[in-house]
Design a protein around this ligand. Structure first.
Ligand code: SF4
Ligand code: SF4
Length: 254
């Protein structure tokens, strides 16, 4: 997780400007890949497990640490760092990131961070989600001294991060329930959350090989979609989690 000391407390928009450049011969090359905690999102896990040729279960067993949020008891997963003196990332090499094309969203955003909040749109009287950005300024990072100009928008495009935000939107909606009173989860709900949001291969077996389809009334078109498309199955996992957690009646029993 980010150290709050490195977070610049200024809320940025897509049009905010900054100067930055990161390249192989810069003096701090890969210093940002040690001694950090990288929160993984459901879409990160799918990209990483494919890149590494693993099932989601194998990836989770080998590469993550689970943390339970104190307030909500939501399970979160973090990339497991090497047990060396600098807690280096298992995917860093002298040449840079060995999984660069599938690096997690937090690595793509760096040196920016992204957060979301729910607020009331008074014009339509509906709570809407607002995404905003901030700088992560760490002493070792020399990229800020370079003179290549970016806006937050052009940085996001360059780093290919839009798809990550789109794919994780349903998961982030679940996380907003931390503002609800009495939102602690029992162990059964916690396990269901973990499976449906992070362990997509196990979730597939749960949907298609257990009594799930005898219990829930799932539309044929949706069933076709989730049986043939892993990302659709992931999104369905978010809907199932919302149902289990009582956030929304996303499923109907038979
Ligand atoms: S510390 Fe900053 S400039 Fe250096 S490699 Fe990492 S992101 Fe690039
Ligand atoms: S995943 Fe890649 S970019 Fe991210 S910390 Fe590890 S080596 Fe660095």
């Amino acid at each position: 997780m980010l150290s709050m000391k490195s977070v610049d407390p200024v809320q940025l928009t897509l049009n905010s400007r900054f100067s930055f450049k990161c390249y192989k011969s810069i003096g701090c090359f890969t210093k940002c890949c040690s001694n950090i905690d990288i929160l993984l999102t459901p879409y990160d896990i799918i990209r990483l497990k494919k890149k590494l040729g693993l099932s989601s279960g194998e990836f989770l067993d080998r590469h993550v640490l689970i943390e339970i949020d104190e307030k909500t008891s939501h399970p979160f997963v973090f990339l497991k760092m090497n047990e060396d003196a600098g807690r280096s990332c298992p995917f860093v090499s002298p040449e840079g990131c060995t999984i660069y094309s599938d690096r997690p969203a937090n690595c793509r955003y760096y040196p920016l961070g992204q957060a979301s909040l729910k607020k009331m749109d008074e014009n339509i009287n509906v709570a809407v989600t607002e995404e905003f950005y901030f700088f992560v300024k760490e002493e070792h990072c020399l990229g800020y001294k370079e003179d290549v100009e970016w806006t937050v928008k052009s940085w996001r495009e360059d780093q290919g991060v839009d798809i990550y935000d789109d794919m994780n939107r349903g998961w982030k909606e679940i996380l907003f329930r931390r503002n609800l009173p009495g939102c602690e989860l029992d162990e059964k709900k916690q396990k269901a959350f973990y499976m449906a949001c992070y362990d997509v291969d196990r979730f597939r077996r749960f949907v298609f090989e257990s009594r799930f389809l005898e219990t829930f009334d799932i539309d044929k078109a949706l069933l076709d979609k989730i049986s043939g498309d892993e990302l659709e199955l992931m999104k369905f996992g978010f809907e199932y989690t919302k149902y289990i957690l009582g956030i929304e009646e996303t499923l109907k029993k038979k």
